[in-house]
Design a protein around this ligand. Structure first.
Ligand code: PEP
Ligand code: MG
Length: 531
């Protein structure tokens, strides 16, 4: 019996089954390099073939629709052809360009966008396979009760994997925000990812236990361990069934409605959140639109995305956060200079108030989408009343422009502020008198209150949302909101932590905006407390 563990939490649940180790051998060893011209032609053919393979799948799948956009992005073909011009074979050029572009995505300090590196990798792997004899289904032969073990699973594998057959999966690479994990969580398939060395420890046919809740894999378990996990599996399934039932309930406490919203980073996320029973979207991270493209998205493109998200909400609230970049989240076309202290630098609302034309394009797009549902707008990283006032004045200007053009929007669109800095906490009463709602961003608030970088493992003991200072700050914000009679939610990670629910409810928090996968869990917890 061997025990393997990782700190990454991919998809909760317990699975007991047989290992199916995926073989992704390609014919790359027999690839013969031709002239530069021939290599260009081979690459062009492989690219066209890849496009042809993806296109029919894109109509029914968001993953493949995104792949189609990437395949058509000149950034991809330019990177490969430049390497072929440097005298690489098409296969080497594809591998090198893949490494470069994947590294570029992974360097983005945004979990969601960094996870899109997997899509880029996936597409390059397809092109490479097409250069060396075609794409094969690596899951051929998977049987009922198998647990997939692989170095990494790609987004396009989702279309090939039969989730009704497999019990779970384990990968050596990958992050908790990869498509594969998102799908696994939505389908409640237990998974462990980022388990280095797993391929050396497991062979096909081995008996496996996957404990996705603890990030643990047991290889060849003894009878006592198997029994223990079978009981845990049953208990987990019973809890899950209860949580699922909770997801559709409306929660009240002393006659007041308690909402469980979800955080979303794309229109697809909004759809998933609604399917999971969310009461609305408490944080729509708009930066994905800016970071996924080589130039600023147009007002029309933004409008289409926001309007689609609003329609997917079907009348429930959609809180769109205006562009929150800076810090480590750079957008190359905005010309960010290197900063000594990026988290204390040119970020979020500070960027928007300087790049006003760009900001107004976004505000107009949000206003236009407000004709399609209960759209609300929220400003990040506010530290002074003047910032909020300027942003609101710009919003009014945009309304005027839309009026002049006869374009519909919600004149009474609600305006909110993210409370994620100590400054905002300290002037919460002043801000509350000038906006319609707050949303507490604990991810940043904890780092600024505790002076501890949210991404630095060395100070992770200080980065503690349960520290007295942070809890006091949260309490002060909710109190200020209550006094002013405005709504107050929380969209930082703390809202998704069921161990904090009772404490937060005790502080009178009535809107929890959580990870999509945590909607059922938090509603279940709230139901338990309020009933
Ligand atoms: C936060 O800071 O809590 C938050 C939700 O924003 P982000 O994690 O996108 O910075
Ligand atoms: Mg933040």
């Amino acid at each position: 019996m061997k025990l393997l563990e990782t700190s990454v939490r991919a998809s909760e649940g317990i699975a007991v089954g047989r290992a199916f180790v995926v073989n992704r051998c390609t014919a790359s060893d027999s690839y013969q390099k031709g002239t530069v011209e021939q290599e260009h032609t081979r690459f062009a053919q492989a690219l066209t073939l890849s496009r042809e393979q993806i296109e029919p799948l894109a109509t029914d799948s968001d993953i493949f629709a995104a792949h189609l956009e990437i395949v058509d992005d000149p950034m991809l073909s330019d990177a490969v052809t430049a390497h072929i011009d440097e005298d690489m074979s098409a296969l080497e050029a594809v591998a090198t360009a893949s490494e470069e572009l994947v590294a570029m995505f992974e360097a983005i300090d945004d979990e969601y966008l960094a996870a899109r590196a997997a899509d880029v990798k996936d597409i390059f792997a397809r092109i490479a396979a097409n250069l060396t004899g075609g794409v094969k289904n690596p899951f051929e032969g998977v049987a009922e009760g198998d647990i997939i073990v692989d170095s990494e699973l790609y987004p396009s594998d989702m279309a090939l994997l039969d989730f009704t057959k497999i019990r779970g999966f384990v990968t050596a690479e990958g992050s908790a925000t990869s498509h594969v994990c998102i799908v696994a969580r939505n389908l409640s398939v237990p998974a462990v990812v980022g388990l280095k060395g797993v391929l050396e420890q497991v062979k096909s046919g081995d008996s496996l236990i996957v404990d996705g809740s603890e990030g643990r894999v047991v290889v060849d378990p003894d009878i006592a361990t198997l029994d223990e996990y079978r009981v845990r599996e049953l208990n987990y399934k019973a809890l899950q069934a209860e949580q699922k039932q909770s997801a559709t309930t409306e929660i009240f406490r002393n006659g007041e409605r308690i909402y469980v919203f979800a955080n979303a980073g794309s229109v697809e996320d909004v759809e998933r959140a609604m399917a999971a029973g969310a009461d609305g979207i408490g944080l729509f991270r708009s930066e994905f639109l800016y970071m996924q493209s080589a130039t600023e998205p147009t007002e029309q493109q933004q409008y289409e995305a926001y309007a689609a998200a609003a329609r997917a909400c079907n009348g429930k609230p959609l809180i769109i956060r205006t562009l929150d970049i800076g810090g480590d989240k750079a957008v190359p076309y905005l010309g960010f200079a290197k900063e000594e202290n990026p988290f204390l630098g040119w970020r979020a609302i500070r960027v928007c108030l300087e790049c006003r034309e760009m900001f107004c394009r976004q505000l107009r797009a949000i206003l236009r989408a407000s004709a399609e549902g209960d759209v609300r707008v929220m400003f990040p990283m506010v530290v002074e009343l003047e910032e909020l006032e300027t942003a609101k004045n710009l919003l009014e200007q945009c309304k005027q422009e839309l009026d002049n053009q006869g374009i519909a929007y919600n004149r009474n669109i609600k305006v909110g502020v993210m409370i994620e800095t100590p400054a905002a906490v300290l002037i919460a009463d002043i801000l509350a008198a000038n906006c319609d709602f707050f949303s507490i961003g604990t991810n940043d608030l904890v780092q600024y209150v505790m002076a501890a970088d949210r991404a630095n493992a060395k100070v992770s003991n200080l980065y503690n949302p349960y520290s007295k200072a942070v809890l006091r700050a949260i309490e002060m914000v909710i109190f200020a909101a209550d006094r002013a009679g405005i709504e107050c939610g929380m969209c930082g990670e703390l809202a998704s932590d069921s161990e904090a629910t009772e404490l937060l409810l005790g502080m009178h928090l009535r809107e929890y905006s959580v990870n999509i996968g945590a909607v059922g869990k938090i509603k279940y917890e709230l139901n338990k407390i309020t009933n």
